[in-house]
Design a protein around this ligand. Structure first.
Ligand code: AMP
Length: 612
C-alpha cells in the first residue's frame, strides 16, 4: 500500500520507550505516495475537487494535473530557499493551493506546519517562534459565512511580533483584498513565481521513516501550544491502513471531509488519507448551511461521494434546519458517515442515521494520534454499533482504563482515565517539536507506577467491550470539536487592561458541545457598575480574545464578579465554577477560602440564565 524507496530494516525500535520508531531504515515520501504513485493506474481520475460557496469558485485536478501543480509549487518554494528539514508555516483558507502547498513541502522533505486561518496574530506569532520557519505561505484573505477576513494584516502583525520571522512570505492573492499591503523583497507573489516554474519537475526527497513530515500545534492545560510532531513512514502506513480498514475507502471512490486543513482531521482525511488511497478528495470552503442547509447533500450528489466525515456539531446544526433539505438530493452513493472530534450524543447519532440511512461511525482520536484510537473497524469485523460509543480500540492501541490515583485497571462500567501502553502505534506523535522532555512529562508521566500515554479523557467500558467517552480529565474545553486550553483563554482575557483576574470554564452547549464562559474580576469596578457598562466591558473582553487568540476562542459570555473561588492555598476551584455554571452542585468545598466567592458565581450564573 506504500512505496518505499529503500525498504525498512526493522519494523519497530522500542528500545527507548516512550519514544518509538516505526519502519526503521525505510525511506519513503508522502507526496510520492499520495500523488505520483497513482499516475500509473489513475492519471485522469480526479484527485482533488474544490468548491467554495463563499467565492463561487470551483474546479478539480486529476492526479496528473495535481502532480504537475505540486511540482511547480515544490520548485517555487525551493526557489525561496526551502530545503529538507526546513519548516514552512501555511496560514491559508480552504483553497486547493493550500493542499498543494502541503504536498509540495512533503515532496521536498520540508516540514509543514499548518495554522488554522481563524487564529489571531498573537497565536500565529507563538507558533512561528516555536517552529522557526524558513518560509510562510499565506493568502490575502479567507471568507466565512460571507464575511471576509483579511489574512495579510494578521500575518504582517504576527511577523512583527515574532522573534524568528521567516525571510520570505509566499502570497497567494485571491483578489479579495484589493488594498493588501505588500512588502517588497519579502512578500513573493504566487502567480508570478508559478509562471517561472510551469514545466518544473522536482524529484521527491526520500525521508527516513522517522524523519518529521509535519508539526501541528494543539492546546493543552498550559498557555503554550504544543507542536505535535509526526513522522513520515509510520504516518503513511497508519493512514493507508485506516483508509482501508476503518474508513473503507477504495481507490476511485470519493471522500468528503468537512473539516479544515488547519486541524488534524484535515491533514489526515482531507489531504493525505484519501490521496494515499487513490480516492478523490473534496476541498470545501463554506458553511454547512449556506446558501442553504442542503449544500452538503448537493456536494454528495454532484460528486457521488461514498464516504463522508464531519463533526457532531455540524450535524447538530443541520438537525435544527427544516428536514426537507435532507431529502432534496440523491445521496444514494453515500455508504458511511464518520463523526469525530467531540462526543456524539445518541439523539444526534440516531437522527442522522435515520435521515440518511447510512452507517454512522463515531471515531475517537486526537491531534496527537493522527488517526482513530477507538472506532468500529468495519472492514476487519463489522460488529454492531452502539449509539453513544465510538466502539473498540483500533488495532495497534493497547488501551487501558486506569484508576486516577492507584493506576490500577478499573472494573467493567467503572470510570477510568483512557490510556495507551507504549509503544503507540505508527502514525502517532513521535515527540513534541523541539521538546522531548515535554513529550514525556505531558503524556507519559501521569501515573507513578506505570508508563502509559494519557489521553486526558475519562471513559468507561461496558460488558461487551464498548468504550464510552465521558469528558476531559484536564481543563481543556472542546467547542465544536476544537480544543481550547482554559489557560490560553484566561491569558487572552487578562490582556484587557481592566481585567485583574479571570477563570474560564467550558459549559455544556446544545449545539457546540461546550461553550466558553469567563468569570472575570475587574480592576476598576466603576467599569461594570451598570448593565450598559457591563455589556460594553463584555464586548471589549470578547474583542481582546479575538485579537489575542482568534474568534474561535471568544467566550460566549463574560460574567463579572469581585472574587473568584479559590482554595486556601490560592488554587482556582475551576471544577466547582464549572459545576455551578452547568447548574450542578459545586462538589467538595472543604478547602474553599471564602464562601462568598461561590455565591457570586451562583448569582452571576443566575443573571446570565435569566438573560440579564
Ligand atoms: P483534538 O486533538 O483537538 O482533535 O481533540 C481531541 C479531543 O477531542 C479528545 O481528547 C476528546 O476529548 C475529544 N474527542 C475526539 N473525538 C471524540 C469522540 N469521538 N468522542 C468523544 N470525544 C472525542
Amino acid at each position: 500500500m506504500i512505496d518505499w524507496q529503500t525498504p525498512f530494516e526493522q519494523v519497530l525500535d522500542d528500545s527507548k520507550l516512550p519514544f518509538a520508531r516505526w519502519f526503521v531504515g525505510g525511506k519513503t515520501n508522502l507526496c510520492h505516495n499520495a500523488v505520483d504513485r497513482h499516475l500509473k493506474d489513475r492519471p485522469d481520475q480526479k484527485a482533488l475537487v474544490y468548491l467554495s460557496t463563499e467565492t463561487g469558485k470551483e474546479g478539480s485536478y486529476t492526479f496528473r494535473e495535481l502532480h504537475a501543480e505540486v511540482n511547480r509549487v515544490a520548485a517555487m518554494i525551493q526557489d525561496l530557499g526551502v530545503a529538507k528539514g526546513d519548516r514552512v508555516i501555511i496560514y491559508m483558507p480552504m483553497v486547493p493551493e493550500a493542499v498543494i502547498a502541503m504536498l509540495a513541502c512533503a515532496r521536498i522533505g520540508a516540514v509543514h506546519s499548518v495554522v488554522f486561518g481563524g487564529f489571531a496574530a498573537n497565536s500565529l506569532a507563538t507558533r512561528i517562534d516555536d517552529a522557526k520557519p524558513r518560509l510562510m505561505i499565506t493568502a490575502d484573505a479567507g471568507m466565512r459565512g460571507g464575511k471576509q477576513i483579511n489574512y495579510k494584516p494578521l500575518v504582517d502583525e504576527a511577523l512583527s511580533l515574532s522573534k524568528h520571522p521567516p525571510e520570505k512570505v509566499l502570497l497567494f492573492n485571491r483578489g479579495l483584498d484589493r488594498d493588501m499591503a505588500v512588502q517588497a523583497g519579502r512578500d513573493m507573489d504566487w502567480e508570478t513565481l508559478r509562471a517561472r516554474h510551469m514545466d518544473a519537475r522536482v524529484e521527491p526527497v526520500w525521508l527516513e521513516s522517522s524523519e518529521p513530515s509535519y508539526i501541528l500545534y494543539t492546546s493543552g492545560t498550559t498557555g503554550k501550544p504544543k507542536g505535535v510532531q509526526r513522522d513520515t513512514g509510520g504516518y503513511a502506513v497508519a493512514l493507508a491502513a485506516s483508509m482501508k480498514h476503518i474508513y473503507t475507502g477504495q481507490a476511485g471512490e470519493t471522500m468528503f471531509t468537512s473539516s479544515d486543513i488547519g486541524w488534524v482531521v484535515g491533514h489526515s482525511y482531507i489531504v493525505y488519507g484519501p490521496l494515499l488511497a487513490g480516492m478523490t478528495t473534496i476541498v470545501y470552503e463554506g458553511l454547512p448551511i449556506r446558501p442553504d442547509p442542503g449544500i452538503w447533500w448537493k456536494i454528495v450528489q454532484d460528486n457521488q461521494v461514498n464516504i463522508m466525515f464531519t463533526s457532531p456539531t455540524a450535524v447538530r446544526v443541520l438537525k435544527k434546519q427544516p428536514p426537507e433539505f435532507l431529502h432534496k438530493y440523491d445521496v444514494s452513493s453515500l455508504r458511511s458517515l464518520y463523526l469525530a472530534g467531540e462526543p456524539l450524543d445518541e439523539p444526534t447519532a440516531r437522527w442522522i442515521a435515520e435521515a440518511l440511512q447510512v452507517n454512522i461511525i463515531d471515531n475517537y482520536w486526537q491531534t496527537e494520534t493522527g488517526w482513530p484510537i477507538l472506532s468500529s473497524v468495519p472492514a476487519v469485523e463489522d460488529l454492531p454499533r452502539k449509539f453513544g460509543s465510538p466502539g473498540f480500540a483500533a488495532y495497534g492501541f493497547d488501551i487501558k482504563l486506569l484508576d486516577e490515583r492507584s493506576g490500577e485497571e478499573v472494573a467493567v462500567n467503572e470510570k477510568g482515565v483512557l490510556t495507551a501502553v507504549p509503544p503507540l502505534p505508527p502514525g502517532c506523535l513521535s515527540t513534541v517539536w523541539g521538546d522531548d522532555t515535554r513529550f514525556v512529562n505531558t503524556y507519559f508521566s501521569n501515573f507513578e507506577n506505570v508508563l502509559v500515554y494519557s489521553t486526558f479523557d475519562w471513559a468507561t467500558k461496558d460488558e461487551d467491550g464498548y468504550y464510552f467517552i465521558l469528558g476531559r480529565t484536564d481543563d481543556v474545553i472542546n467547542v465544536a470539536g476544537h480544543r481550547l486550553g482554559t489557560r490560553e483563554i484566561e491569558e487572552a482575557v487578562s490582556a484587557h487592561p481592566n481585567i485583574a483576574e479571570v477563570a474560564v470554564v467550558g459549559v455544556h452547549d446544545e449545539v457546540k458541545g461546550q461553550a466558553v464562559i469567563a468569570f472575570a474580576v475587574v480592576k476598576d469596578a466603576s467599569k461594570v457598575a451598570t448593565s450598559e457598562a457591563m455589556a460594553q466591558m463584555q464586548k471589549e473582553v470578547m474583542a481582546t480574545v479575538d485579537k489575542e487568540l482568534g474568534a474561535i476562542a471568544r467566550p460566549a459570555r463574560v460574567c463579572f464578579v469581585t472574587l473568584l473561588p479559590k482554595t486556601r492555598s490560592g488554587k482556582l476551584l475551576r471544577r466547582s465554577i464549572q459545576a455551578l455554571a452547568e447548574g450542578r452542585e459545586a462538589g467538595d468545598l472543604t478547602t474553599l477560602d471564602d464562601p462568598t466567592a461561590l455565591e457570586q458565581i451562583k448569582a452571576a450564573v443566575a443573571a446570565w440564565k435569566s438573560g440579564k
